[in-house]
Design a protein around this ligand. Structure first.
Ligand code: NAD
Length: 243
């Protein structure tokens, strides 16, 4: 259908998982989608699936993000999906681990927000959707020490952007997924041992993992004008994990 018809969307970390599902769902709803990631091989597939443009972008590189925003031009939807799950407690988290997680999970969103906002303000509006997590933004989870800190920061950054630009047509929401079946989630389950997948499933009272398409459905809503009255909110979608 055409819920995003006439809109231009920019997506980070779009090669796999949630970012990919969002880029494809935006395209299916009629948006002109610019999908980026550091994994160029997997990105190439997206062009065959309706995404208008793909390009390599490392969201840890400020100059590259700024150049890419110029290249993208008018952008009505910015979806920030890049993020890394560090496994461990405070005792396992070196300064380097801390800095890497905050750089990739939080400062990346600061970079894209700063790069795209001037154009969004000049055109009179846009919707920014950040991928946070139920872990950190809502609840604690074991061995998610710095990850949770970064995702709480994403929720706070989201509220700040929403508050600062609420009268300028900019909306900024974040999505807090629970346990979603993606390549990195499956790696984490495998690393947890033979019962890993069952352990991850057992976290949800619904008794299953979420799908990236279920996250993308919420992203389409938040990106579209249907959600015009919501901003600054951390939207949970977690199969009852935080219930
Ligand atoms: P994933 O972790 O399987 O893949 C991540 C993607 O990010 C890859 O395509 C990778 O190439 C890309 N990437 C890594 N470093 C990058 C960089 N510097 N610049 C640009 N791209 C980079 O994907 P996922 O599991 O769907 O996670 C996406 C987001 O969703 C993350 O922010 C994650 O924290 C969040 N999230 C995931 C889950 C889950 O259960 N999968 C739950 C809550 C939140």
């Amino acid at each position: 259908s055409d819920r995003l018809k006439g809109k231009r969307a920019f997506v980070t970390a779009a090669a796999v998982g949630i970012g990919r599902a969002c880029a494809l769902a935006f395209a299916r709803e009629g948006a002109t989608v610019f999908a980026t990631d550091i994994d160029e091989d997997k990105l190439a597939q997206l062009k065959k699936d309706g995404v208008a443009e793909v390009a390599k972008l490392d969201v840890r590189d400020t100059a590259a993000v700024e150049a890419m925003a110029k290249r993208a031009g008018r952008t009505d939807i910015l979806l920030n999906a890049a993020g890394f799950v560090h496994h461990g407690t405070a005792l396992d988290c070196s300064d380097a681990d801390w800095d890497f997680s905050f750089d990739l999970n939080v400062k990346s969103m600061h970079r894209t927000t700063r790069a795209f906002l001037p154009g969004m303000l000049a055109q009179g509006g846009a919707s920014i959707v950040n991928i946070s997590s139920a872990a950190g933004a809502v609840k604690a989870a074991p061995n998610r020490y710095v990850y949770s800190a970064t995702k709480a920061a994403v929720a706070a950054l989201t509220r700040s952007v929403a508050a600062d630009f609420i009268t300028k047509g900019i909306r900024c929401n974040c999505i807090c997924p629970g346990t979603i079946e993606t390549p990195s989630m499956l790696e984490r389950a495998a690393a947890a041992g033979p019962q890993g997948r069952e352990m991850f499933i057992a976290r949800q009272p619904m008794g299953r993992l979420g799908t990236a398409d279920e996250i993308a459905a919420l992203a389409v809503y938040l990106a579209s004008d249907e959600s015009a009255f919501t901003t600054g909110v951390a939207h949970v979608i977690d199969g009852g994990w935080t219930l």
